[in-house]
Unconditional design. Structure first.
Length: 332
């Protein structure tokens, strides 16, 4: 009788030359539960999901992509939300999945936690009557949606927070640096950056990823997907387009160290001949970065003046408005 050939398990088939693919496979295993929890909220099988872990590890990306793949109706809200603002969001998106990102401040407000507890207290398939007063008028609505909270902090299991934790599914996200590098290289940037309209090729992305990974290890700082996929790629693109004086290696290292250091890769006078006059494209790039970082107008104008002064000459508030208008016209 002929013996059947024994097939080795998938993990055993990975060679020592495939460490990133192995890391990616491990990350996929970690994300199985997270994606299931997200889908359960969207299918109204559980009222809420609280996903926490260090910043820059892809939590927001995973939540939004999973909901998009399902075709689920959802609303995304990032940053500080007041208790009254939360009630208005619940009313506006009463039959959708409400994704609250970086909302840890709401958990220090008793009213905010009470409103969350009320919304999360409904049974699956049932509507929860809710209401509030706005400008002297009582607003009533039936909440049938779900809530997904994304945070860097775990929820304490005591008091009102303990009651919140008992109503939702909770999960910690703790991928390794190598997992994040593999995700960036083999999934997010495999066809270039940004994904919707690539300005960098996959090979250029690989160069940036390799440099950030090496510098992160040298400086002993954790890999952050926002630094890797937004800031570092943007620095490389600006350098490639001859819009920077410093070499992109030094720009990235400065970001990782959070301070100006010795520019080991930039020749005296700058890589682009010491040109200090800013171009329209540079200023538009600065405005894009500011709009992404700040929501208050005063903070945006302050950052605009500081950043334009740092690269040549401080520009006025009117110049900021002009560049913002140009960005809107470009649709970017």
């Amino acid at each position: 009788m002929k013996r059947k050939k024994k097939i080795p398990p998938v993990n055993a088939m990975l060679t020592p030359l495939d460490p990133e693919l192995a890391a990616l496979a491990s990350l996929d295993q970690k994300l199985l539960v997270a994606r299931d929890r997200i889908r359960q909220v969207a299918r109204d099988e559980t009222p809420g999901f609280y996903w926490h872990g260090r910043a820059g590890t892809g939590k927001t990306h995973t939540v939004l992509e999973t909901l998009k793949d399902m075709g689920a109706k959802y609303a995304y809200e990032k940053g500080y939300v007041t208790p009254q603002g939360l009630l208005e969001l619940l009313e506006k998106h009463h039959n959708e999945v409400l994704v609250l990102d970086d909302v840890s401040a709401i958990f220090s407000d008793k009213k905010g936690v009470q409103f969350l507890l009320a919304a999360l207290g409904r049974m699956s398939g049932q509507a929860l009557p809710m209401g509030y007063v706005r400008q002297g008028k009582e607003i009533r609505f039936d909440f049938t949606g779900g809530i997904i909270c994304i945070s860097n902090l775990a929820v304490e299991n005591k008091g009102m927070l303990g009651a919140f934790k008992s109503r939702v599914r909770t999960l910690q996200h703790s991928p390794s640096d190598q997992m994040l590098v593999a995700l960036s290289r083999h999934r997010i940037c495999c066809k270039g950056w940004p994904a919707n309209q690539p300005k960098l090729t996959a090979d250029e992305c690989n160069d940036v990823i390799a440099w950030v990974w090496a510098e992160s290890q040298r400086l002993k700082v954790p890999v952050d997907l926002r630094v890797l996929l937004e800031k570092s790629m943007a620095d490389f693109l600006a350098w490639r387009e001859k819009q920077t004086e410093a070499h992109w290696h030094d720009l990235v290292t400065t970001t990782l160290e959070e301070e100006v250091t010795t520019l080991n890769h930039t020749p005296p006078g700058g890589v682009n001949g010491g040109v200090r006059k800013t171009t329209k494209e540079q200023e538009q790039q600065i405005v894009r970065a500011i709009l992404a970082e700040f929501t208050e107008r005063a903070d945006r104008i302050r950052a605009w003046k500081e950043r334009t002064k740092a690269i040549g000459k401080e520009k006025s508030e009117r110049a900021f408005e002009r560049r913002w208008g140009e960005i809107k016209a470009l649709g970017s």
